[in-house]
Design a protein around this ligand. Structure first.
Ligand code: ACO
Length: 704
């Protein structure tokens, strides 16, 4: 295959690895062409060319314009094909109807990277037109950003291929934004805050290159140490789940739509909602989620710091209130404060006035002055027992915040940035300036205590995430017996399994069951219960026509012996026949009564991510508290363990006031339901009762 009139062979490369490789041409090109470059300052094509030139790009620059011979002092060419040398990367800023033709010229010119700034594609329903661009990019292995983007900036190669602001400060953070407008405004904000960036990429419609490809490219880019993503949604959830994470990724995700949830029939479905699934996906991939952009940038900057060599953190402050607030934040986010009063007194007393406090927070007080801060910071940085440092400052008339900032910078540089250090400065104009000076010197500084602490927390979280690399995800095979039951039900034309069928399937998968059985007569019920020593027993009616069993008298609990079993069986049959005269009664499900904490395990299908497994507190709690966590199939045993410990009520699972859970069997259940996740629509095990001896699927429902 070849592009129209082209002799370049298509390499057919929808292969994402080739696209990732070719992103090198996008970020580090030797030559750049801007198709649609214009001499009119109001036009996008002018702004992009101007940015490329003014930002000091060292390679060849080719403005492409049908009429002009020179734009902004640079010789211009009527077409890409007229460029005198190879072109590595092309910016396309011509009206939508022309874009496909220009992209085909890129193919002819053997260009491997392009960004389409032009709007007017899938965002206004023109999906076919956008697909045509993707097809050309795939045929010729072009790494294609956009369309509908403002372009990108990559500071290591001095390339500003955008119509956003100029002079982005260099740094180590790559910022990927799905929103163009927000991307541009945050570029401006980072410049004001003096936060350095390695790159800002506007994703636009993500016809080709998306988050996954960029993360995987920046994984191997030594100029990037942290990736920050503003995301609205993911097109291909399953593909996104295959993203390899080698560097810290911070995600700011907007939108909490629960459309998927409305359509679902089961508990699991109604609790899913896309935001919970996104949270699951991020946790599972090892991405860290931020809730505000200041928190996101705070975390990204902190993540550029050296890793802490241990858990013990130290707070240095000049104000008691702000110190307490930081202590609270540390406790809430699980940051451990070094707690050795005698040792701290010995080390820090010489750094402060009599009335200062050497408990952690170290309070150098308003009277400490620049020297007090400097000495305290020096001790904190030089003592190996202190693994991370939080410096707080409240503006006072006696101490200039800029002086404090300079003291911190001097001390930090003197120890060659040996441990993480974050700063919060609260005050007016001078504090603002001090924050900017710190950020310029790659010391993360913020106006809020919470953000400084959550930045530090991100570093600790990343350490934990990095240690997961050896975990293996093994795809769980579906047992033949389980598939046979599902097939049989499908052939009968039913969309749901009866309880005993659900039990057969789940038991075959390895879900732990209480003693259970199925009986069609009272005598048979007695036999089943006696044979397995099942008493006390719960009895439930089995009928394809009855969904809410209790409503028709189809549930009797705590049957203690054979005599009761006989009587209750007959009583249930009579009552149900009266309440549901048209129902075909197949028999009863019998199940041993179990005591313990009621949990829920479920599975449903997310439109983007596919099967997702839920865990949480069950029974009535699930309706009221909705305290559940999700994971996307497939996931590892270690991931299941993290899922279990993610619910708010995890203390109950650890054993609170006599309650307690058998975590191993809960994890076993989460692993087991994965085996049939691809073959059914929804699973509800509610409740899964857990106690110190084990966990038991007391009720089970499968929809196919
Ligand atoms: N080859 C060479 N030159 C060409 C070609 C071609 N195939 N086609 C057009 N040109 C020239 C034009 O002659 C013109 O040059 P001139 O000014 O010397 O006459 C120049 O390229 C631009 O073409 P225009 O037709 O003038 O197009 P205009 O600049 O008005 O619009 C644009 C093009 C900017 C791509 C527009 O179609 C568009 O999509 N705008 C929206 C961009 C956007 O917002 N993107 C999303 C950003 S993210 C966010 O929301 C912030």
């Amino acid at each position: 295959m070849s592009a129209e009139g082209s002799s370049i062979e298509a390499v057919c490369v929808a292969d994402p690895r080739v696209k990732v490789q070719n992103l090198k041409k996008v970020f580090n090109p030797k030559s750049v062409a801007i198709v649609g470059a214009s001499s009119e300052p109001g036009k996008v094509g002018y702004q992009v060319l101007n940015n490329v030139i003014k930002n000091g790009f060292k390679g060849k620059i080719y403005p492409i314009n049908k009429k002009a011979r020179e734009i902004l002092g640079v010789p211009s060419f009527p077409s890409l094909l007229d460029c005198p040398t190879d072109v590595d990367f092309v910016v396309i800023a011509v009206p939508a109807p022309m874009v496909e033709g220009v992209l085909k010229e890129c193919a002819q010119k053997n260009v491997k990277g392009a960004v389409i700034i032009t709007s007017g594609f899938s965002e206004i329903g023109k999906k076919k037109e956008e697909q045509a661009l993707k097809d050309v990019a795939d045929q010729y292995g072009i790494a294609l950003l956009g369309p509908n983007t403002f372009g990108f900036v990559y500071t290591p190669s001095n390339l500003n291929a955008s119509f956003g602001p100029q002079n982005v400060s260099p740094g180590k953070v790559a910022f990927i934004s799905q929103s163009g407008a927000l991307g541009i405004s945050l570029m401006g904000w980072t410049m004001m805050e003096k936060i350095g960036l390695a790159s800002v990429v506007s994703l636009g419609n993500k016809a080709d290159i998306g988050e996954k490809e960029l993360i995987e490219y920046f994984n191997d880019d030594p100029n990037v140490s942290v990736i920050l993503i503003y995301m609205e949604g993911i097109k291909e959830g399953r593909q996104f789940m295959t993203t390899k994470i080698k560097k810290p990724v911070v995600i700011l995700k907007s939108g909490t739509s629960s459309k998927g949830a409305q359509a679902a029939a089961s508990h699991t479905g109604s609790l899913a909602g896309s935001d919970k699934i996104y949270t699951a996906a991020f946790n599972q991939l090892g991405m860290m989620r931020a809730r505000t952009f200041t928190q996101a940038f705070g975390a990204a900057c902190a993540l550029s710091m050296p890793a802490p060599k241990g858990p013990d953190s130290l707070i240095i402050t000049n104000g008691g209130g702000i110190g307490v607030s930081a202590t609270d934040e540390c406790e809430n986010s699980g940051i451990k404060l070094l707690d050795d009063p005698a040792w701290l007194e010995g080390k820090f007393r010489p750094t402060m006035p009599e009335f200062g406090s050497t408990k952690n927070p170290i309070d150098v007080t308003g009277g400490g002055g620049r020297e007090g801060y400097q000495k305290a910071v020096r001790v904190a940085l030089n003592e190996e027992r202190i693994h991370s440092v939080i410096v707080l400052y409240c503006e006072t008339a006696v101490l200039d915040p800029v002086e404090v900032a300079k003291a911190v910078i001097d001390e930090y540089n003197a120890v060659k940035r040996n441990k993480p250090l974050v700063v919060t400065m609260v005050g007016g104009e001078r504090s603002r300036q001090a924050i900017q000076i710190l950020n310029e010197n790659q010391i993360p500084a913020m106006t809020e205590v919470r953000e400084a602490v959550s930045g530090l927390k991100a570093l600790y979280t990343w350490q934990e995430i990095s240690s997961r690399s050896k975990e293996k995800v093994v795809t769980q095979e579906a047992p033949v017996k389980a598939l046979a039951v599902i097939d049989r039900v499908r052939q009968e034309g039913r969309t749901f399994l009866l309880e005993h069928e659900s039990r057969e399937v789940l038991e075959a998968c390895g879900v732990p069951m209480p003693k259970w059985g199925f009986a069609t007569t009272a005598d048979e019920a007695v036999k089943v219960a006696e044979k397995t020593q099942m008493y006390p027993v719960a009895m439930k009616i089995a009928s394809v026509d009855i969904i809410h069993k209790s409503d028709v008298g189809g549930v009797i609990l705590n049957i203690k012996n054979a005599e009761e079993m006989q009587a209750k069986f007959n009583q249930m049959m009579e009552t149900v026949k009266k309440n549901a005269p048209n129902a075909n009664l197949l028999g009863v499900n019998l199940c041993q009564m179990v005591d313990g904490l009621q949990c829920i395990v479920g599975m449903n299908k997310d439109p983007q991510f596919g099967p997702a497994v839920m865990f949480g507190l069950g029974g009535i709690f699930v309706e009221v508290l909705k305290d559940v966590s999700f994971r996307i199939v497939p996931f590892s045993e270690q991931e299941a363990a993290r899922q279990v410990s993610e619910i708010k009520a995890k203390k109950l699972l650890d054993g609170y006031r006599g309650q307690g859970a058998h975590k191993e069997s809960i994890i076993k259940t989460l692993m087991a339901v994965q085996k049939i996740a691809e073959y059914v629509k929804e699973i509800d095990i509610n409740p899964l009762i857990t106690n110190k001896d084990g966990s038991y699927a007391v009720d089970a429902r499968i929809i196919i």
